[in-house]
Design a protein around this ligand. Structure first.
Ligand code: ASP
Length: 359
């Protein structure tokens, strides 16, 4: 009844109403990304590839546990991202890339598609789980986005887990910063207080990091048993970012977006995703598709392809998105060689993929 009234208010067509009430939808669904970029078979050792696949599989399992138990899509998004923030392989939380000044400045956002409430944080340096802080902003403040020292004060007031900035340090990201700064002709800052002694790093990783200046932003879109969608994204941003740069990940509508019908999380060079409002644009395309005469098989996939292979690529931007619609259909689209990604729909096996020619 509620969906019908809402659909009428939005001026949706009869087929769209039918689709919104789709009885065939699976109980729950989830889609996850771990960053997009120059991820090619040639530049991956079998061990690295296996480690990323295992991490994606573990992430899906964490989300599945929440959703199967009847947990909310918000809880699933937060639980999966918290795990990835603790995993040093990804550019979020521990393992985040460094700014040109040698700091880890973390950005995250979350959006509840049912209520269209949202929370985001930018440039935090001592909060172990930025995604949980973003959720606290959404649920326990009058604001949508907090940044820097103010966001950290709020985290403390909320009793969230704080860590020393050196907690986020990884040798791989530090050496990637050194290379990037050499390339840019910028000075290399001192190693941060509390950082461990320098150590050897897998060179294939560094080569790949140098090609892309990042890797491993994480994002999740989930649909729970009530059909509610939520989306979230967490990142360290781009290597050697300067002057308090903030990317798309904490910008609602750019890196993260969710409404009753559709959710998106993005990864890529944020400067493009902000200008194109990529995440919201994809969900607007889904809505417009619903109003059209033609029935589209996977509306989220079609909309994501349109925006990523179209507008983003035309602008010269690089990256990708995951998308999930309220009929429980996950999708993804990227214009880079690969994207770490995984999805699962209730009653089906998980799908794990890395390269462009899979899944
Ligand atoms: N979108 C992120 C940013 O620009 C980086 C990434 O996804 O790799 O901050």
């Amino acid at each position: 009844m509620r969906i019908f009234a809402l659909a009428l208010a939005l001026g949706l067509s009869a087929p769209a109403v039918a689709q919104a009430q789709n009885d065939d939808r699976p109980d729950w669904a989830i889609v996850i990304h771990g960053g997009a970029g120059v991820i090619e078979r040639e530049s991956m050792t079998p061990e690295t590839e296996a480690a990323y696949r295992a991490a994606m599989e573990a992430a899906v399992a964490r989300g599945r546990d929440v959703l199967e138990a009847g947990g909310s899509s918000l809880d699933a998004v937060e639980a999966v991202i918290r795990g990835l923030e603790d995993d040093a392989m990804f550019n979020s939380g521990r393992g985040a890339v460094f700014t040109a000044a040698g700091r880890n400045e973390l950005d995250a956002s979350i959006m509840d598609g049912e209520t269209m409430n949202a929370g985001a944080v930018a440039g935090v340096t001592n909060v172990r789980h930025p995604i949980t802080l973003a959720r606290a902003v959404m649920e326990n403040s009058r604001h949508v986005m907090l940044q820097g020292a103010g966001a950290e004060t709020f985290a403390e007031e909320q009793g969230l887990e704080l860590v020393e900035p050196a907690y986020f340090f990884t040798e791989r990201r530090w050496q990637a910063l050194e290379r990037a700064l050499e390339g840019l002709g910028l000075p290399i800052p001192d190693r941060p207080d509390g950082a461990p002694e320098p150590e050897e790093v897998d060179h294939t990783m560094l080569e790949r990091d140098a090609l892309e200046h990042r890797f491993g932003t994480v994002g999740v879109v989930a649909m729970d048993v009530n059909g509610h969608i939520a989306a979230g994204t967490s990142t360290g941003g781009t290597t050697a970012k300067r002057w308090g740069r903030v990317g798309d990940s904490p910008v609602i509508g750019a890196g993260t977006y969710a409404d009753a019908r559709c959710g998106v999380s993005a990864t890529g060079t944020g400067e493009y995703f902000i200008r194109l409002s990529v995440a919201a644009r994809i969900c607007m395309e889904v809505e417009m598709g619903d109003r059209g005469a033609e029935e589209i098989d996977n509306a989220g996939q079609a909309a994501a392809d349109l925006v990523i292979q179209g507008a983003l690529t035309d602008m010269g931007g690089d990256g990708g998105v995951i998308v999930l619609t309220s009929d429980g259909r996950p999708g993804w689209s990227f214009n880079t060689a690969g994207m770490y990604r995984a999805s699962q729909v209730a009653g089906e096996d998980p799908v794990i993929a890395i390269y462009g020619d899979e899944g």
